[in-house]
Design a protein around this ligand. Structure first.
Ligand SMILES: [Zn+2]
Length: 140
């Protein structure tokens, strides 16, 4: 049997796979961890888009994220936050849909704020909030 070409399809058999108790999705330790509790949650099937997931895969992935969020918070004695972001689109090197889940010290907004060079917390006025709403409405 030959290995699948996708590294995340291959991840289903790695020794650092973490939770693998149903037929639809699994959790694994990130191969390039950003900190000591950085995990991936992904479907077992090679899926590239959210709307390509079956209902069972969606449910299984959500349950894995819930379990890991609780575990991370317990491991960190409830301090800090937990950040979840979708891997596909964040960087294009891995087309196999996956979610990253990892703890952050303090508010995860600080990471985005620093990365995008925007104010950490600044309440926008109603006009700006409506402009943001109108920007996404045609796509909903
Ligand atoms: Zn894959």
């Amino acid at each position: 049997m030959t290995d699948p070409p996708c590294p995340l399809c291959r991840a289903a058999t790695e020794s650092f796979r973490l939770i693998d108790d149903d037929a639809y999705a699994f959790a694994t330790v990130n191969r390039a961890p950003m900190n000591d509790l950085h995990f991936l949650v992904l479907p077992k099937r090679h899926v590239e888009q959210l709307d390509g997931l079956s209902a069972e895969e969606t449910r299984s992935m959500a349950m894995l994220l819930f379990r890991l969020e609780k575990a991370i918070m317990k491991a960190r004695d409830g301090s800090g936050g937990v950040m979840i972001f979708m891997g596909r689109g964040a960087h294009k090197s891995l087309e196999h849909l996956h979610f990253h889940i990892l703890p952050t010290k303090g508010d995860p907004r600080r990471l985005i704020s620093a990365h995008d060079q925007v104010p950490y917390k600044e309440w926008a006025d109603e006009r700006k909030l409506i402009a943001i709403k109108e920007q996404i409405m045609p796509f909903l």
